[in-house]
Design a protein around this ligand. Sequence first.
Ligand SMILES: Cc1cc2nc3c(=O)[nH]c(=O)nc-3n(C[C@H](O)[C@H](O)[C@H](O)COP(=O)(O)O)c2cc1C
Ligand SMILES: [Fe+2]
Ligand SMILES: [Fe+2]
Length: 403
Amino acid sequence: MNSRISERIRYVGVNDLKKSLFEGMWPLPFGVSYNSYLVIDDKVALIDTAEAGYAAEYMENIRRELGERKVDYLVVNHMEPDHSSLMSMIREAYPEARIVGNAKTVPMIKGYYGICENLHIVKEGDSISLGNSTLTFHMTPMVHWPETMMTYFHEEKTLFSGDAFGTFGALADGITDAGARLYGCSDAAADTFEAFNGEMLRYYSNIVGKYGQTVQAAMKKLAGLEISRICSTHGPVWEKNIAEVVSCYDRLSRYEGEKGVCIVYASMYGNTEKAAMSLAAELEKRGVRYAVHNLCTENVSYAYRDAFRYDTLAVGAPTYNNDIFPPAFSFMYGVSARLMKNRAFAAFGSFTWAGASVKLLNEMASKLGFDLISEGLSFPQAFTPEKCDMAALADTIASQVTE
Ligand SMILES: Cc1cc2nc3c(=O)[nH]c(=O)nc-3n(C[C@H](O)[C@H](O)[C@H](O)COP(=O)(O)O)c2cc1C
Ligand SMILES: [Fe+2]
Ligand SMILES: [Fe+2]
């Protein structure tokens, strides 16, 4: 893979195709990349590092670009270990290199790696010069950790954005959106942004989702910068698709869904499942877009993705010990934890002797300020259209969607 992004910027990141669950939770069907960059001028800056398991490959990438030259600065935009865990190795290989972080980074560097020496602490608007290249630091706290900051390379209008604008999915056939493909995905014709879009939504909703407000604050702060390249820590370098990527983040962080329905259900014996499938079929007849996720067979990651994607959320769960069947409770807990807003909502579910799940799901949705478009479809034992009128719910949804 060509590592040259420009004369002065080189890609030294790695693809991770071995890990099955990111952060121990989120599936990686196409892998993930840990992006790291060198800015090479009179002095050399390394922006973030990579995951511990890739030490040898990462070091080789750096040496291939630098030869005998040394790193002068290691800029730490984010301390999550997927980007910081090779910091000690860099300190050993280049003991003179100053580690650049902000006041919130310093105790984390000490706590994780025991490093206290040769640190350069920056605050909003501070710069370092590498010769003819200026790096300016912008504090963007809680995108998605307290120490997160971004680094702007003034002369090349390049933003090193940390996790922001990142996506799951390893890189194939290139690094920039001029040609990078989603690893393991054969559709060579797909535009890079389109190819990575689902994985970008999943990355945002799974990991950053809670921080809509601070993402908005960061975007307002960055609005004054002229940006012609975004180098994030995961996925492609954005050059062609900057407008699309920024508008996608803007929409997600305002919790603005596209027209459509995310149907999420959990079911032990198939009765709630039949209701979910009936709703899907009724939406299909009315030409309403939808996605269906079974929480008992699928990782919840995909349900969060589509809950962020669509403006309507329909959740199905049977009653279990006078409560919400746990996989659906856990999903709704995750929706609450992400401070989700602006959703139309409907609950459904089977029970046998005393239904409770639909009422409790409605309560969770009400607390989030969702618009309850149905009183909820709670039905005893087997699903029948008479007991659980999904056609009527689909009519309500279709009338809202086509408004
Ligand atoms: C462990 C367990 C606990 C249950 N607790 C309740 C309950 O508290 N109230 C109730 O009405 N039904 C309860 N049920 C019955 C289920 O809600 C019922 O079987 C329902 O039809 C299952 O829907 P499903 O086919 O979508 O899994 C329970 C079932 C199981 C297996
Ligand atoms: Fe992170
Ligand atoms: Fe990350």
